[in-house]
Design a binder for this molecule. Sequence first.
Ligand code: SAH
Ligand code: SF4
Length: 462
Amino acid sequence: MRYYLKIFGCQMNYSDAERISAFLDEYKIKQAASVDEADLVIFVTCGVRQSAEDRVYGQINNISKHYPKKKIILTGCLAHRKDVQRRLKGKVELFCEIKNFPKEIKKILNTKYQILNTKDKLCKDYLQITPKNSNPYTAHIPIMTGCNNFCSYCVVPYARGREYSRPAEDILREIKSLVKKRYKEIFLLGQNVNSYRSVKINFPKLLHKIEKILGNFWLVFLTSHPKDMSDELIEAIAQSKKICEYVSLPAQSGDNEILRKMNRHYTIAHYRKLIKKIKLSFEELRANSDQGKRLALDKLPPAISTDIIVGFPGETKKQFENTAKLMREIKFDMAYINQYSPRPETAAWKLKDNVSKKEKVRRDKLLTEILKKTALENNNKYVGNVIEVLVDKKLGSKLSFGELRANSKQGESLALEPHEYLAHTRTQKKVIFFSNKKIPIGSFQKIKITKAKAFGLVGKIN
Ligand code: SAH
Ligand code: SF4
């Protein structure tokens, strides 16, 4: 028996899929290279926006039409929804929430397929499964699941349930084992990592414990909620050598009235103050640091990323303008801009979705234009600096090489350097660089940045 995974949505789903893979491996159920070769097709679904949901329906309908014998299993953020179950009745063999995946899938394997030897390996908590990491140098570790915040637009607390923090020992054990295998980058995942708490360990304390693990690795975490970003956490970020200079702090809106309707529990003044504090604490650290802790990023500010929703019910042009103003002012490095999509079960579901699609698209585009400008402005500060990067892949495409060469003042020298690579910085900026030597994938390298683009940098090996 073989399975194929279809994964939608955020890093948490990709991380869950690594646990599903490890679990099925144990029962000698092999991963297929395509749907064609699979007996089971497992959908790890996302319910954050209607578009993600529609893609799932489209693909399931397609599979059940063309491959009626294949068994479809649906897990992730749509699995618990009764309307989804009704809609896909007869096409999906099993709907199961991720936390019940081990138990439920075993039941099916035992009863329907008589796959033996599954009785004694009862796995109570799916988070205790050691994942089958899909990348050999970057790993994503969920430190908590669920959410208690009930932002009025958001389905996560319904789809994933209440907040649960994994025991710190489990997280530390998982990281130590990855570092032993020479992993270079660890992402800690949670819907609101700042509210992590397990017994007496809060998030900054967990970070201190991770910092003490010996080894050269980068540490990144997603996502922080502005209402819970404490001074203790900002200090921990700025002082750590391992924590990357990348802060993901979703603002969602730049207007206080909309934030109130979103049930976000902070004001824009609070958000501004946080950004100021984060930037200041990095500057102070640099001024006091005598050991060049942060390599080439010494001279550069931390990267700030945000999430924004445009067209929340009742968002007026003026209220939207406040978001545009915030974006111009903060000068984000990255912003995930989302057009509001009404979600069943949420509080905002009852509000009239009264900003037209056309207007949502306009607002989305306008913010994207601001982002392009501010990101480019920030990226320009990298030019001339030598930056540490983590190498992701070798690029073979003549086209992008040619394009880059055409765009680069250094065209002639680049023409002599045939190897082109994609990498990223500690600030999660993509870097294309050239080298006349072959470079190992998953290694740290120092790159001299020669050119900045809105969403990336170009450089050469130093
Ligand atoms: N826990 C994170 C985000 C989780 S969902 C936080 O608190 O910020 C990821 C992003 O999807 C959100 O930041 C939001 O911008 C977007 N999103 C969530 N629900 C949405 C909806 N109903 N319509 C449009 N975007 C939405
Ligand atoms: Fe959703 Fe808000 Fe929880 Fe983030 S904090 S997952 S946006 S409810």
